[in-house]
Design a protein around this ligand. Structure first.
Ligand SMILES: Nc1ncnc2c1ncn2[C@@H]1O[C@H](COP(=O)(O)OP(=O)(O)OP(=O)(O)O)[C@@H](O)[C@H]1O
Ligand SMILES: [Mg+2]
Length: 368
């Protein structure tokens, strides 16, 4: 039995799927003979489920390249994204699960005379989860994620964009997958350049034709920051449109709990402090909030402390919004306005209490 295990490992390391399958089958047979029926069954069902994924690696082996730059125009990945790490509003979450359900149960829909919804347009400001949601749908459906960044394509040789789009769709048609067209608005931006109107028309037509003939067993996802720029004819092709917006207070709170899971803080369990921090983060993207918290955490670790404080976070928010601290008094005022006590500021910034008290006289304390 150990021989089989070693052979399977060898096969896996050199990407020899035949070897993996053959020795795993032998292993299952031997286990069965020895009475370990349940493990044998498990190995066989894994083989059945994963055979598709193994062949997938082959059918995706030769990627399409841009004729001029010889660069790959797609990337293939098998992301693993945990649902618990993504923070979305209730309705957005529902819309995403409905989309996945509609794809998974497309046979039922087809029987009733309805097309499944397999094209999704994700729209929203940078850093609010477009790429993350595409990766999540890939990990939950088990479909490989074929990502094409359209901005890269369009900057290539004039006239070759439509050809590249064709190549991408041909490649994606080799097997069931998620074709993810990132930076989708770049196609619309071609319109800005008067000399390239002909090119724009060709690209739009090519996209429409390819979307219309795209396999209903695969999923098409496009992401854009500028939904309004999209050509209405393309826009209509997407049966589901989901907006991924900046988080509101409730989602900010959830995000803080996700990011700071297991970390020691002086504010997560203190509603008033937490309220001030949430309010100070309103208007920022998920990505900005993550960056702010990670920067604050770095500061804590580098100063050999173990507890992240409200002052650490507020200071980072202040830097993020102003990019500099020209006047330390202004920063101290900002901390006080956002609920930091004199003692907390004194400990965090090593500023004498007397100075803090002096500044405090001019501070208009607000509610979060
Ligand atoms: N809804 C969310 N919940 C949790 N984390 C998020 C969420 N949205 C974004 N993030 C985090 O922010 C970072 C950037 O997110 P992502 O790349 O998905 O944004 P995007 O909308 O695709 O941005 P861009 O328009 O710049 O491509 C990632 O690290 C991701 O984990
Ligand atoms: Mg993105």
């Amino acid at each position: 039995m150990y021989t089989e295990i070693v052979k399977i490992i060898e096969g896996g390391l050199v990407n020899d799927k035949e070897k993996v399958i053959n020795y795993a089958t032998v292993l299952a047979n031997n286990l069965e003979k020895q009475g370990d029926i349940s493990l044998a069954k498990k190995i066989r069902s894994t083989l059945i489920q994963k055979k598709g994924a193994l062949t997938a690696l082959d059918s995706f082996a030769t990627k399409p390249v841009d004729a001029e730059s010889r660069m790959d125009i797609v990337e293939v990945s098998y992301p693993q994204v945990d649902a618990a790490q993504i923070v979305l509003s209730k309705y957005t979450q529902e819309a995403i699960y409905n989309f996945i359900e509609s794809y998974n149960r497309r046979d039922v829909l087809l029987k009733s005379g309805f097309d499944a919804s397999n094209s999704l347009l994700l729209y929203g400001p940078p850093g609010c989860g477009k790429t993350t949601v595409a990766q999540f749908i890939s990990s939950i459906t088990g479909l490989p994620l074929v990502t094409a960044r359209l901005d890269g394509l369009v900057s290539s040789l004039l006239g070759s964009t439509a050809k590249n789009i064709r190549k991408i769709f041909d490649y994606a048609s080799r097997r069931e997958c998620i074709l993810f067209l990132d930076e989708f608005d770049v196609v619309a931006k071609l319109r800005d350049d008067k000399n390239e109107l002909g090119e724009l028309k060709r690209v739009v037509n090519s996209l429409i034709q390819n979307i219309d003939t795209f396999s209903s067993d695969s999923i098409l996802i496009a992401a854009t920051n500028h939904q309004e720029l999209l050509d209405p004819a393309i826009w209509r092709r997407f049966t589901t449109v989901i907006t991924l917006d900046r988080p509101q207070k409730e989602e900010i709170k959830q995000l803080l709990f996700v990011i700071l899971n297991g970390k020691s803080t002086n504010f997560l369990a203190v509603p008033k402090k937490l309220d001030f921090i949430e309010a100070a983060l309103v208007g920022l993207s998920h990505s900005d909030i993550k960056t702010i918290i990670f920067n604050a955490m770095r500061g804590v670790i580098l100063s050999d402390r173990d507890c992240l404080t409200n002052c650490d976070v507020l200071k980072e928010i202040y830097f993020h919004r102003n990019h500099t601290v020209e006047d330390e008094d202004e920063l101290i005022k900002y901390l006080m306005e956002n609920g930091a006590t004199h003692k907390e500021i004194n400990e965090s910034m090593k500023i004498p209490l007397r100075k803090i008290q002096g500044i405090s006289k001019n501070v208009d304390r607000k509610e979060p």
